[in-house]
Ligand binder design. Structure first.
Ligand code: SIN
Length: 279
């Protein structure tokens, strides 16, 4: 197994490993360490079925479902489907998921540690995914901004995200809303395994900065989001079928990008690993 860095701030490609078979413990220790150090891992050329995807994902921790239960695979409910494909008149997965910068499940009290996204079918052009290092974004802030935002908290809201991202769909049911109440998280979080700090922001899902007048909070949030999502801290992944990406939600944000969803199919399977409360 060989680890090849992708950019100076984020990402490492893990070469020479077939994830269909159980990964040896010492290899997994290197993989886990690389995730903490580089925040994003790329495994190319995999041919995983759902059970193999789930089995490898479980090595990272307990797996979570999703509030949109209609997009979980029946036989493997740990697998959440992202897709534009419809079968028998119904979508097989959530389309246009994550087309804005976010860290998965930040709307939960205990957001996810990370996710493993496996590409089954991808468009020949576009449909890429951006990943940004929130460690690099934090490190690059000036000292005055760092000390101003260090004590601040923000409200993360799935209802806010859903309302903006899926305005053309049926609203969330009362049951769905009750499952994802708004939560408060620090604007700056500490990686629980490395101690490194990162910016913890996001578009749409972050409703407001708490304790500031709305205008001031909105302007600060817009400035921080613009800074955090600068291409300088980011990597744009051009998918190939068979790619598996693993990312650390405690130190990154990501954003999927549009594609010609009439001409092309995109089918992705995501598993999500449980995490801790940000601090
Ligand atoms: C997501 O998990 O936010 C979606 C990423 C993608 O579809 O590329």
């Amino acid at each position: 197994m060989k680890l090849v860095p992708i950019t100076p701030h984020i990402g490492v490609e893990v070469e020479g490993i077939d994830l269909r078979a159980p990964v040896a413990d010492d290899d997994f220790t290197r993989i886990r360490h690389a995730l903490n150090q580089h925040s994003l891992l790329l495994f190319r050329g995999q041919t995983l079925n759902e059970a193999q995807h789930v089995a490898f994902s479980r090595r990272f921790g307990t797996l979570l479902g999703h509030v949109l239960t209609q997009f979980l695979k029946k036989e493997h409910p740990e697998v959440y489907v992202l897709s534009n494909v419809r079968e028998n008149g119904a979508p097989i997965g959530n389309h246009k998921e994550g087309w804005n910068w976010h860290s998965d499940l930040s709307y939960k009290t205990e957001p996810s540690l990370g996710a493993l996204l496996y590409a089954l079918e991808v468009p020949p052009v576009e449909g890429d995914t951006w990943f940004g290092s929130m460690h690099a974004a934090w490190d690059a802030l000036d000292a005055q901004t760092q000390s101003k935002i260090r004590p601040l908290h923000a409200t993360h809201s799935y209802a806010n995200y859903y309302g903006k991202a899926f305005a053309d769909r049926n609203p969330l049911s009362d049951e769905q809303k009750a499952a994802v109440p708004d939560v408060t998280h620090p604007l700056v979080r500490t990686h629980p395994e490395t101690g490194r700090l990162s910016l913890y922001v996001g578009e749409d899902v972050v409703k407001q900065i708490e304790g500031l007048p709305a205008d001031e909070g909105d302007a600060l949030l817009a400035r921080l989001n613009k800074h955090a999502t600068s291409p300088e801290f980011a990597y744009r992944h051009k998918w190939r079928a068979g790619d598996l990406l693993v990312w650390d939600n405690r130190s990154t944000m990501h954003r999927a990008t549009p594609y010609d969803d009439v001409a092309y199919r995109r089918v992705m399977h995501r598993t999500t690993v449980a995490g801790d409360r940000p601090f």
